[in-house]
Ligand binder design. Structure first.
Ligand SMILES: Nc1ncnc2c1ncn2[C@@H]1O[C@H](COP(=O)(O)OP(=O)(O)OP(=O)(O)O)[C@@H](O)[C@H]1O
Length: 231
């Protein structure tokens, strides 16, 4: 489903160059949930931005469903709109819009008609358990509820791939567990592939696979896989 090969990314600030990714490669299958782990500064967000087609300034190649992705900005935007969903640590909801409008927003970008949009939005809001909050604004919701809105917004168009950057970092344990189970169950139902940057063991324990980034490289040793096989 998603393959990235030999991705190299450097940031230049004045004279200082930081080699954030030093040639990383991996292949992620359809329907797989993969955790991207590693210490702060290891390059997780950088790799997510590249896989999420938010950054075109890198070396290497991204493949989606067997096709190499062009670095043309228009093509990248179109693929992002049609095939990718995003979930962020700080939810990134639009404050002046209701739950309904926030979730509907990605469908407006696809020029879908009103009736079809309404069916999809109501269905996914029911699935994330927010039917009774559909007209509220984000500031009238708890953190866990806001993250459920963000999950609904990411999944409403049934994307092929969902990119999530530390989705449970701001949540208490029971809310985080609920959000993780929701992502996993909805992902399974809809057949989405998830790539999740996380430090959260509750999350990594529920993923199919863990990729470890260390200092810009993907490490071959995978303690979580070893632990899982042993267990
Ligand atoms: N816009 C930028 N300009 C310069 N350097 C950057 C920029 N973004 C990231 N970096 C550097 O690139 C390296 C990788 O950063 P990145 O944010 O990808 O790591 P991360 O693993 O996501 O970290 P964290 O867990 O703290 O979010 C770090 O050394 C960081 O300082």
């Amino acid at each position: 489903m998603l393959k990235f090969s030999n991705i190299v990314k450097s940031y230049k600030t004045g004279e200082v160059v930081v080699d954030a990714l030093k040639g990383v490669s991996a292949e992620i299958k359809k329907g797989e949930t993969v955790a991207l782990c590693g210490p702060s500064g290891s390059g997780k967000s950088t790799l997510l931005n590249i896989c999420g087609l938010l950054d075109d300034d890198y070396k290497g190649e991204i493949w989606l469903a067997g096709k190499a992705v062009s670095k043309d900005k228009k093509v990248m935007t179109q693929i992002r709109r049609e095939k990718l969903g995003f979930i962020f640590q700080r939810y990134n909801l639009i404050p002046v819009m209701s739950v309904y409008e926030n979730v509907e927003y990605p469908l407006l970008m696809l020029n879908m008609n009103k009736r079809e949009r309404m069916d999809k939005v109501v269905d996914i809001i029911n699935k994330v358990g927010l039917k009774d909050h559909i007209s509220k604004r984000p500031d009238q919701l708890s953190g866990g509820q806001q993250q459920r809105v963000a999950i609904a917004r990411a999944l409403v168009k049934r994307p092929e791939i969902v990119i999530a950057d530390e989705p449970t970092a701001n949540l208490d344990t029971s809310t985080a567990n609920m959000v993780i189970d929701l992502m996993r169950d909805l992902g399974n139902d809809l057949g989405c592939t998830f790539i999740v940057a996380t430090h959260d063991h509750r999350m990594t324990d529920r993923c199919h696979r863990v990729l470890n980034l260390a200092d810009g490289n993907l490490s071959a040793f995978n303690p979580y896989e070893t632990h899982r096989r042993a267990g």
